[in-house]
Ligand binder design. Structure first.
Ligand code: AMP
Length: 487
């Protein structure tokens, strides 16, 4: 199936990583390394665009960064001292070459390349308006809306056009863009998705870098300067770094799920270590829902830091009772349920010598459809555990994310359909408990828990409290898609 209808399935949402560098003699190589460090944010496609003298040089591919950017001749062709890159984790139906980023367009004011992490919540509505005005969309990504808005803007510099376009979009975005003169980084006014500024040191010194996470700075030995602020636009050019504030200030609402699952544990986000946050979350979980047991066992890899925290707070020994095969991609990527089941078996194996005859507390970060937990509990029982207690280091995921984390439609979320007791029965555990929302906030350094009047984070996946309007949902229900062509 091939469709131009961007809402042809329930999972348009994308998880992505972005990277940009200005003023580096090896811009393409540095970008490839940065993308490699961000690979966990998207495994379905990767792309780099550099600028040299008078031309933009792109290279894109489906699959992992190493499949496309480890060959010398590819990097050598991408000359220039400035570049941007993108890794994409789109879901089924829309993984086609024309959607691979960075996007590149010729605007009246010059060439422009764009890479986006996040999800726009009024893209469908804007897209309809733009199509009626004659815009010819080439992809099904919401990101393309931004470049059409720039193309049809009232004129002015590329920065003016970008600001005019971004003032019309709603949703979550961390963007990295490339022009002949500059690399530009922007975060949406709530700062839902991350973006950090760094600088390379050493002999090649002095180049500025933008990246979704600090692990992409570490890989090239760049130092972290600071996060790009919510609502801030940073322009990196020959004369240095310039900060613009094109949006009305709004209260910060960074995505709390980055800390729970999505970011790499060695990253520092908004000044907090992801690893230490996960450990504190595990401690809080042990305090809230401790259970008598012989072993604390993480579901690797995402459950490991929380399990360490849980073990430390409970005094129950931590053991690697499940071993992960690292040569299999994330289970979630598999688009068909039957394959997803198989994926769990391919990925994990119970460590019988540790588990047999013991009471086990399993720690995982989240239950989405319940597929992983059900399989893991069955596997641990199969290896002879006398009791299996499941503890989840987040509140129940009962709502979909519309801001850039891939979650299925609400009806497929286990926590949307079932109570905690029903979920425990479904996954086959002797007991099941989730972290409370206030426990999560306490672990994130908010001693009084969640401020319900002005929540400190975006936690819509747990609370259904969506901080940004979901215009597209109305557009979807009120009007038939404009451009559903299937072949
Ligand atoms: P499920 O098997 O559908 O319940 O998915 C839960 C598992 O997927 C957990 O072990 C999580 O570590 C992982 N997970 C949770 N959210 C996501 C996400 N948005 N993308 C990929 N994996 C996820």
């Amino acid at each position: 199936m091939f469709t131009t209808d961007p809402f042809d399935d329930d999972t348009l949402h994308e998880e992505c990583g972005v990277f940009g560098v200005f003023g580096h003699g090896q811009a393409a190589a540095v970008t490839a390394l940065g993308l490699h460090a961000l690979q966990h944010r998207g495994q379905e496609s990767a792309g780099i665009v550099t600028f040299d003298r008078d031309q933009f040089l792109p290279h894109h591919g489906l699959g992992h960064v190493s499949e496309h950017f480890s060959r010398r001749e590819v990097i050598d062709r991408l000359t220039g001292r400035a570049g941007i890159g993108h890794v994409r984790y789109a879901t089924s139906g829309v993984t086609v070459m024309r959607n691979v980023q960075p996007l590149f367009v010729e605007l009246e004011c010059g060439g422009f390349a764009l890479a986006h992490n996040g999800n726009l919540t009024n893209a469908l509505m804007l897209r309809r308006q733009l199509v009626r005005r004659g815009c010819l969309f080439q992809s099904t990504t919401d990101t393309e809306v931004i470049v059409h808005l720039m193309a049809t803007a009232r004129g002015g510099s590329v920065i003016d056009r970008m600001v005019e376009a971004l003032r019309q979009v709603e949703g979550a975005f961390s963007l990295v863009a490339l022009t002949p003169e500059a690399v530009i980084g922007v975060r949406d006014p709530l700062g839902v998705r991350p973006l950090v500024l760094g600088r390379t040191t050493g002999s090649a010194g002095g180049a500025y870098v933008l990246a979704s996470e600090t692990c992409a700075l570490d890989i090239i030995s760049a130092e972290r300067i600071r996060d790009v602020e919510p609502g801030e636009m940073l322009v990196l050019d020959q004369s240095g770094v310039h900060s613009l504030r094109p949006f009305q200030p709004r209260p910060r609402r960074f995505c709390i799920f980055e800390y729970i699952y999505f970011a790499r544990p060695d990253s520092i986000m908004e000044g907090r270590s992801v690893y230490a946050s996960r450990q504190r979350i595990g401690r809080e979980l042990a305090r809230e829902s401790g259970v008598a047991a012989d072993l604390v066992v993480p579901v690797p890899d995402s459950g490991v830091p929380a399990a360490l925290g849980y073990a430390a707070a409970s005094g129950i020994p931590f053991e690697l009772g499940i071993i992960r095969n690292h040569y299999v991609g994330r289970t979630f990527i598999e688009p068909v349920d039957s394959i997803r089941h198989l994926g769990v078996k391919l990925k994990h194996n119970a460590n019988r010598s540790i588990i047999e005859g013991r009471r086990v507390v399993l720690i995982d970060d989240s239950i989405v459809r319940g597929t992983t937990s059900k399989k893991i509990v069955e596997m641990v029982r199969g290896a002879g555990a006398s009791e299996v207690h499941m503890r989840i280091s987040s509140p129940p995921t009962s709502h979909s994310c519309f801001y850039g984390i891939d979650t299925p439609e609400e009806g497929k979320l286990l926590a949307h359909k079932m109570t905690v007791d029903e979920m425990a029965t479904y996954i086959g555990a002797d007991s099941l408990a989730f972290l409370t929302i206030d426990g999560l906030y306490r672990a994130m350094g908010c001693p009084d828990g969640r401020n319900n009047e002005a929540p400190q984070f975006c936690d819509a996946c747990f609370t259904g409290d969506y901080p940004i309007a979901l215009t597209d949902r109305d557009a979807q229900t009120n009007e038939a898609p404009l451009f559903a062509i299937r072949a």
